[in-house]
Design a protein around this ligand. Structure first.
Ligand code: HEC
Length: 146
């Protein structure tokens, strides 16, 4: 969260609403906010249209296109530092971010980790992954994935 706030402030990530919100925040404010949310153990509600099984792109990726499974970084198998929890985020937010990474409109991912993946996803894979993560209920912060 601290990285995202800093990215909005530096302009590395842009969003009309967030850019103006973070404008006056000090570094201390951003650390405090990040610390607060990281320790609050917020439980994501998830939507009601839960997808029971992991779509193939989430569980296995797509080796023919050099796409690693989402779970490797975002949880489920392991959780990589720096990769945000996705469960419970809205499907429209998730697919918007994936499409933005795919066309490099969002470009604040270190080492182009997400851009390299999103570019190689089909529309269907984006929809399936977004629906899957949106349907998961679970803690998004304050805990590590088992
Ligand atoms: C190699 C590790 C890695 C893999 C594999 C990976 N991601 Fe990511 N993902 C990241 C990182 C790191 C970020 C945070 C980028 C940043 O700093 O803003 C991210 C960010 C995201 C975001 C934006 C989240 C937000 O809160 O704005 C979405 C959505 C996302 N990934 C979806 C996926 C999906 C779907 C897959 C599988 C097709 C996937 N990712 C595979 C590392 C990865």
């Amino acid at each position: 969260m601290y990285k995202q706030l800093s990215d909005f402030q530096s302009g590395a990530r842009t969003n009309v609403i967030m850019t103006s919100i973070v404008k006056e925040l000090t570094d201390r404010d951003m650390l405090d906010v990040a610390q607060y949310f990281a320790s609050s153990g917020h439980v994501a509600s998830g939507d009601d249209k839960s997808v029971e099984t992991e779509p193939s792109i989430v569980a296995h990726g797509n080796p023919t296109k050099n796409v690693v499974s989402c779970a490797v970084c975002h949880g489920g198998v392991d959780h990589k530092a720096g990769a945000p929890f996705l469960q419970g985020l809205s499907a429209s937010y998730l697919s918007t971010q994936l499409n933005a990474f795919a066309v490099s409109e969002r470009h604040n991912d270190s080492g182009e980790q997400m851009r390299n993946i999103a570019r190689n996803l089909t529309e269907t894979e984006i929809k399936e992954a977004a629906a899957y993560y949106a349907g998961l209920k679970g803690r998004t912060t304050g805990v590590t994935w088992p």
